[in-house]
Design a protein around this ligand. Sequence first.
Ligand SMILES: [Zn+2]
Length: 51
Amino acid sequence: MYPKNAPQSFRCSRCGNTFKVDQGSNDICPICGFNCKTGHCQQLETSDEGY
Ligand SMILES: [Zn+2]
């Protein structure tokens, strides 16, 4: 069971920027270029429930 449309966000542990990532395709912070895959960024689950 893989959630196909599970939007995920990373919170860069270097600059604090929060950015969306596609399924494991891009884990690089667009602001500072920090690699969140190896940098242990905080993972945030973004839900579209409008809260
Ligand atoms: Zn960053």
